[in-house]
Design a protein around this ligand. Structure first.
Ligand SMILES: [Zn+2]
Ligand SMILES: [Zn+2]
Length: 352
């Protein structure tokens, strides 16, 4: 099968022929029609996650084996199935759930595979979506796309379910409570749209790009703040007019995390999502006195993706700006470079 591989940390993507696996049990070979480009692929390509003073966490610690195939926002049709699968090869399109666990631990048995200590995520331990075919270990990971736009449906598998899971961690809140979304790129914009769709009233979007903030406003942000200023915390509180109930930090570097903690009202919650690196320095006593909660968020579970797809099918969720390009090695590399340089607005989805 034709795939677009990375041979080592920091290397560009190149075309490569990989062996097509023989299917057993309920395994499925998906014929990829759409594949989204995600910022975490930039970190994967760089070869490490930045842990601040704790150094760098190599992606090989997460199970990456070279040549690696990144990309985890996959929509496609069934090309072939194992002998025990109930699916049939055909034209029906599916969204592929990529955050697959070991299948044996307690988290996996409870359908919380994103908490599995031995994950087999597509694009990490398993080959991902920068390819024309993807091997999926069980048909249960395929969710019917229905009438959803396939490019947008692809983004639900990562940015969508990440936003949905993070938004679920800060709702419900009262009508006067401000929820701030820090980072209005692809994932953050989705969170703004979901907060609005789930009926939340006061949504503050924070970004360093006026263009992203304009997109956020169109999707339902009631307050926007460009944090490229000398004192971002002061500026944010000026823009909101009061302290905030919760923040979802899709950037999550030292600057945004301290801005978010500084802006929280008593009982406030910070949900940390981004992987831009850095660390917290905050008075521990204040965490107790202010009754703060800090909670991490890594993608979402299979049930959450199913809920989100249902929400998208039954509600008119606003669409993100999505740019579609043909699935080629040049377009994968240029899309990753644009993301790394912070020059990408909304989302890029590659179409086979
Ligand atoms: Zn992603
Ligand atoms: Zn597990």
């Amino acid at each position: 099968m034709k795939a677009y591989t990375v041979s080592g940390p920091g290397e560009s993507v190149e075309e490569m022929e990989l062996p097509t696996p023989e299917l057993k049990g309920r395994e499925v070979l998906v014929n990829i029609t759409h594949t989204g480009v995600c910022h975490s692929d930039v970190h994967m390509q760089e070869g490490y996650f930045d842990l601040g003073a704790a150094g760098k966490l190599p992606v090989t610690a997460s199970g990456v084996e070279y040549p690696a195939v990144f990309g985890h926002e996959i929509v496609g049709t069934v090309k072939a199935v194992g002998p025990d699968s109930s699916l049939q090869p055909g034209d029906q399109q599916y969204i592929v759930f990529p955050w697959i666990g070991c299948g044996e631990c307690q988290a996996c048995r409870e359908d919380r595979e994103n908490y599995c200590p031995r994950p087999r995520n597509l694009s990490v331990a398993l080959k991902g979506g920068y390819a024309h075919e993807a091997w999926v270990p069980d048909e249960k990971y395929l969710i019917e796309l229905g009438d959803l736009d396939p490019a947008w449906g692809a983004t639900l598998a990562c940015s969508g379910v990440t936003s949905y899971s993070a938004v679920n961690k800060v709702l419900p809140r009262g009508d006067e409570d401000i929820v701030a979304v820090i980072g209005a790129g692809g994932v953050g914009l989705m969170a703004v749209a979901m907060l609005k769709a789930l009926g939340h009233k006061q949504i503050a979007a924070v970004d360093v790009s006026d263009e992203n903030l304009e997109s956020a406003k169109q999707l339902g942000a009631t307050i926007t703040f460009n944090s490229r200023v000398e004192n971002p915390l002061e500026g944010l509180l000026e823009a909101t007019g009061k302290k905030i109930a919760a923040a979802i930090d899709f950037v999550n570097n030292a600057g945004t995390a301290s801005m978010a903690l500084g802006a929280l009202q008593k009982g406030g919650k910070l949900v940390s999502v981004g992987l831009f690196g850095g660390e917290h320095t905050y008075p521990t006593s204040l965490l107790a006195l202010q009754v703060f909660t800090i909670e991490g968020n890594f993608v979402g579970s299979l049930p959450e993706l199913k809920e989100l797809v249902e929400l998208a099918k039954t509600n008119d969720l606003p669409k993100l700006p999505i740019e579609e390009k043909p699935l080629t090695v040049e377009n994968i590399n240029s899309s990753l470079e644009a993301l790394a340089a912070g020059k990408s607005r909304g989302r890029t989805v590659l179409v086979a």
